[in-house]
Design a protein around this ligand. Structure first.
Ligand SMILES: *Cc1c(COP(=O)(O)O)cnc(C)c1O
Length: 354
């Protein structure tokens, strides 16, 4: 039976990318060697990582003020490395508590600096992005969770603040054009919008690294090392970088971030319209903050929830159970999710008769 994969991450990958990657895993470009068994310093791999870098620069039209870095350890690592590289102990950063990944960021940064928690929507189960706050004057940067993957909210306009923004864009990287002047650091793990778990892409505005720090940053964790060594200070996860490069090529061929944005709006609108119309379901998030990537919704009661999960599974729908602490449903519809699959989910919701 055909499967419709709504998993939150690792998530759906374009089938053309999977096919090409599987061929390269056996024989890369007719070398008689697997992409996974050549050196990360071999010229053939350098070509791959350089192409991946230039595709990110091209897709976002980055100026020379920015560097693109490939690393490992996931976005979770960057939640600690960003404050470690950017602020001194005793200085402050600020975060609006938008949910699961904001709390992770607060906890990861707290050993390094003061964290101003600007506001929270915890009291309404993170059904919105708190926007009513004032930035304390001593703030060095604002950390933003661009898209809360678990709670299903997304910034549709980034805050306007007099300090740089550090953005965890793991679940909405490459999904729309960006106001780049607002950001000093963007990071994203690959497994949601551009490939496999194992590599993380960083966009760093170079001038933020000029600051004199009063603590030691271990060489391997230092953004300056990563830039100087062109992401190759140690053995990068080569195959995930290769798949990221293929997915970036795919993204460009589809029409780039503008076209991704158009499709993501179309897909999410289709699904939210059904949720709002269907008598058995309701959306978990207020309309203005709804995510285009992770569509969270609930059934009217537990019995309907269970029977829809069962019905969806029988129809080949995978990965729509909500996060354990949140419950309900979450349909993750990243860049590689075709409109037809979202339409299929909508059809199944319409056929559902508990
Ligand atoms: C998935 C996700 C992460 C974690 O990524 P890892 O690769 O598991 O470290 C961090 N932030 C957000 C917003 C995510 O969606």
């Amino acid at each position: 039976m055909k499967k419709y994969n709504f998993s939150p991450g690792p998530a759906v990958i374009p089938s053309s990318v999977l096919r090409e990657a599987s061929e390269a895993l056996i024989d890369f470009n007719g070398m008689g060697l697997s992409i996974a068994e050549i050196s990360h310093r071999a010229p053939q791999f350098i070509d791959v990582i350089e192409e991946a870098t230039s595709l990110v620069k091209e897709l976002y039209q980055l100026s020379d003020d920015f560097e693109v870095i490939w690393t490992d350890g996931g976005a979770s690592t960057q939640l600690a490395l960003a404050p470690m590289n950017l602020v001194n102990s005793g200085e402050s950063i600020a975060i609006a508590d938008t949910g699961y990944w904001a709390i992770k960021a607060i906890n990861a940064a707290s050993p390094f600096c003061n964290v101003h928690v600007l506001a929270t929507s915890n009291d309404t189960n993170y059904d919105r992005i708190p926007k009513d706050w004032e930035l304390p004057k001593d703030t060095q940067y604002l950390h933003v969770v661009s898209n809360e993957t678990i709670d299903g909210t997304q910034y549709h306009d980034y805050p306007t603040v007099p300090v740089p923004i550090v953005a965890d864009m793991t679940s909405d990287f490459l999904t729309r054009p960006l106001p780049l002047h607002k950001f000093s650091l963007i990071f994203a793990s690959a497994q949601k919008n551009f490939g496999l778990a194992g590599t993380t892409c960083l966009i760093i505005r170079k001038d933020i690294l000029n600051k004199k720090l009063n603590h030691i940053v271990p060489t391997i964790f230092d953004y300056k090392t990563m830039i100087e060594q062109k992401s190759l200070y140690h053995t990068i996860p080569t195959f995930p970088v290769y798949v990221a490069m293929l997915t970036l090529r795919w993204t460009k061929a589809q029409g780039g971030v503008t076209e991704m944005h158009r499709r993501n709006k179309e897909k999410s609108t289709l699904l939210y319209n059904e949720i709002d119309k269907n008598p058995y379901f309701s959306g978990s998030v207020v309309a203005e903050d709804r995510s285009m990537m992770n569509v969270c919704f609930r059934a009217n009661n537990q019995q309907i929830e269970n029977s829809f999960l069962d019905f969806a599974e029988k129809n080949g729908i995978v990965g729509i159970k909500g996060f354990p602490t949140v419950g309900g449903f979450r349909a993750s519809i990243y860049n590689a999710m075709p409109l037809e699959s979202v339409q299929f989910l909508v059809d199944v919701m319409q056929k559902f008769n508990p």
